[in-house]
Design a protein around this ligand. Sequence first.
Ligand code: G1P
Length: 299
Amino acid sequence: MSVDLAVVPVAGRGTRLLPLTKSQPKEMLAVGAKPVTQYVAEELEQSGINRMVFVTGPGKQAIENHFDPDTELITALREYGQEDLLESLDFERMDVDYIYTRQGRQLGLGHAILCARPVVGEQSFVVALGDSIIGVHAQSQIVKDLIQLFDSEKADGVIAFETVPREEVVRYGIADVRTNHEDWFELADLIEKPSVAESPSRLAVAARYVFRASIFDYLSKTDAGKGNEIQLTDAISAMIRDGGRVLGIPLATGERRFDIGNFPSYFRAFFEFAIQDPQYGQMFSKFARERLHEMDTHE
Ligand code: G1P
């Protein structure tokens, strides 16, 4: 595949998850048995990405520590006869180069991606938002599909979308569709967090993108937009206005995006991953069923 590098922005403060995120990054919160960021890295690695540029900020060192191989821990597990736990550290051996760069000032998602420019240079790259998991246990093909379409259509950008309820368009970048093809569409525009009345569709950006390096030129010319932040969406919109070809792929039916940016969707994600956990899922599902039944009968 033509793209083997991803930029993973993880600098956001996670204010919608306070107090949980006061001293730990939201990207390190547990979803079932793993932290969010490990699912993101595993998904990317399975999609052929072997260089990941994390754009970090204050208080995010736990992410770097998580991906460092910990030989002392491995030796200790062996010494104490806990070899059965070694498997849980297999992710440390993924064939991936981790690169960390900082977003010195919190000026928005678009600005965070621009901070990766000196590392990315002129190559095309994936953007994977570090607080979103695609598919239960991150078993998703979406990044592969984005790259394939990006190559075959010689696009300037390809973005993953999911259909959201109308009242939720206010939380996402929303597609204005120009033309529909069999399993993808071309964008006429992309609008960041429109009002329900003004939203051109219910197709919301689902945290995964592929771009040519030319997106950096647009980002560097983008002024602060919604929320007084430099928005990636506005740079994409400018690229389209200039004749750039930006395409969208809907997530496969049944493939869900888990947004670890607010409590309702974090709780849903944890629950879903816990009931589908290979080791503890059955036990936990039984507990959940019994507990809900008990609550129903006491109402
Ligand atoms: C960001 C993007 C938005 C996108 C969303 C989820 O918003 O700006 O376009 O739909 O991620 O992928 P945020 O959640 O950072 O407010």
